[in-house]
Ligand binder design. Structure first.
Ligand code: SAM
Length: 273
């Protein structure tokens, strides 16, 4: 399978603050709306792929109820450790596993949730979805949710900052398996894999105007700081390189005149029996 030949990319958002970022940015209301739209119901055995700190898995468990299992999977020792310590309970288990490893021991699922994950796997995303399909029970649902134009839709931004953002994201795309356009591809992945009853919802993830909220600013600046450094781009637009670029980003987000949004595309399909 093509997946085995791929050199595994490391996670571009890796940092000592990644658990904090995931805990802060996860909105239970938004998550609930998305999974209920996708068809998650009580009693469905559920897999949360790239579960991070485990917060999303714990919300999924609340929806499926006491008699169904929620399983969280992530390859980060630190985040799985945190998830086990903070969210593991009866009917919620966490596995430290790489998506490229065998997943056969996880069993079969009625619902598979894959949010903000395929964007880190530009090359293998189709094969990942294909692999996940094999874990679904007949009639089971997969729901993919990812950003489009990730970190690229701003207004009121200087040409210099816009160019620096575009170039650093392009470096992540070229060298680090990152896909800023993962969202627009989800429908076609499900179509090509023969899923039935495919449905698509387009909403937004970030929407920033006026006074930026503290959690939103933290999330953005972490993305800029961690992703920007990881990209290896040296920010020639700025005399003082990355540090000056970072300050310019911060000032842009704090400017009440600035407008920023990121489309979130959610796509779900049913595994044919
Ligand atoms: C942005 S977080 C997603 C958090 C969560 N899914 C959500 O909706 O908020 C992406 C997670 O995917 C995990 N991840 C990335 N590549 C992986 C891989 N190859 N195998 C398992 N987990 C992976 C990272 O460790 C990280 O915790």
């Amino acid at each position: 399978m093509r997946m085995n030949k791929i050199i595994k990319a490391s996670y571009i958002m890796e940092s000592g603050d990644e658990i904090k970022r995931l805990e802060k940015k996860t909105s239970p209301e938004a998550l609930k709306k998305q999974v209920v739209w996708a068809g998650l119901k009580p009693g469905m055995r559920t897999l949360d792929v790239g579960c991070g700190s485990g917060k999303t898995t714990s919300f999924l468990k609340q929806i499926i109820g006491f008699d169904a299992d929620a399983v969280g999977l992530d390859y980060s020792t630190e985040r799985i450790g945190f998830a086990k310590e903070n969210y593991e309970a009866e009917g919620i288990t966490f596995f430290e596993k790489d998506i490229y490893d065998s997943l056969d021991d996880l069993g079969r699922f009625d619902f598979i949730w894959v949010r903000f994950f395929l964007e880190y796997h530009l090359e293998a995303q189709f094969d990942i979805v294909k692999k996940l399909k094999s874990l679904l029970n007949p009639g089971g649902i997969i729901c993919l949710a990812d950003l489009d134009h990730n970190n690229l839709s701003h207004y009121g931004i200087s040409r210099r900052l816009e160019k620096a953002l575009e170039s650093s994201i392009s470096a992540l795309e070229k060298h680090h398996d990152f896909d800023p356009y993962a969202g627009r591809k989800l429908y076609t992945h499900l179509y090509d894999l023969g899923f039935a009853d495919i449905n698509v919802e387009v909403t937004y993830h970030h929407l920033v105007f006026g006074a930026v909220e503290e959690d939103e600013e933290f999330n953005w600046l972490q993305k800029v700081a961690v992703g920007g450094k990881f990209s290896g781009y040296d920010f020639p637009e700025y005399e003082n390189g990355f540090e000056e670029f970072y300050r310019d980003c911060r000032d842009f987000f704090r400017d009440p005149r600035s407008f920023t949004y990121t489309p979130l595309i959610i796509c779900r399909g049913i595994s044919p029996s």
